[in-house]
Write a new protein. Sequence first.
Length: 222
Amino acid sequence: MRTGLIGTKIGSSSYFNDDGKMIPVTLIKIDECIVSNVRTKEKNGYDALQIASIENNLKLKNIKKPQKKIFAELDISPKRYLREFRINKDNFKDVGSKIDISHFVKGQHVDVSGTSIGKGFAGSMKRHNFAGLRASHGVSISHRSHGSTGNCQDPGRVFKGKKMAGHMGAKKVTKQNLVVIDIDKENKILLIKGSVPGKPNSIVIIKDSIKKNNIKNEKENS
């Protein structure tokens, strides 16, 4: 298991392969990622790398003390995001090491995590794809309501997690097994097939696909 990278979602576009087939892609810009800290099982209880990326407009004196110490020791300009990635012992990197877009290769499967676009307060039909109530035969006014939510007697309450109307979106979402269609090393842009969570200019986390790697390891071991 390798470290992932921090990127910025630029937006959506179209990519034409050698056969002339159009593939919908999402453009993700990968700025230089720097290893800012190392977590070991002996010291911290788990193996991980802390990655710093994306320039911060704040001056070093305006950064919080824990982050200020990290950037001062590395002798780099302050970064906006720090993220930890669990790794295997074989994939450790030294503090200060730089990881660029060549960390990924064309045709690789990746998992991309981001914060979905917030939709505000939404009803049960939009939020959970409910069918709604009947259009006639006794139903009046409440055609798009979710109907009964509780129990009659025992236990006589609404269970936690019940699908109801409420705030929709604005939560962490991970899309798995997305394919890297192409890599623009000059502009540091990753072209990933399909859609990616989040709105343009939002931060996304790109990691090696967990499911595809597990299948690959099972085939090698069998």
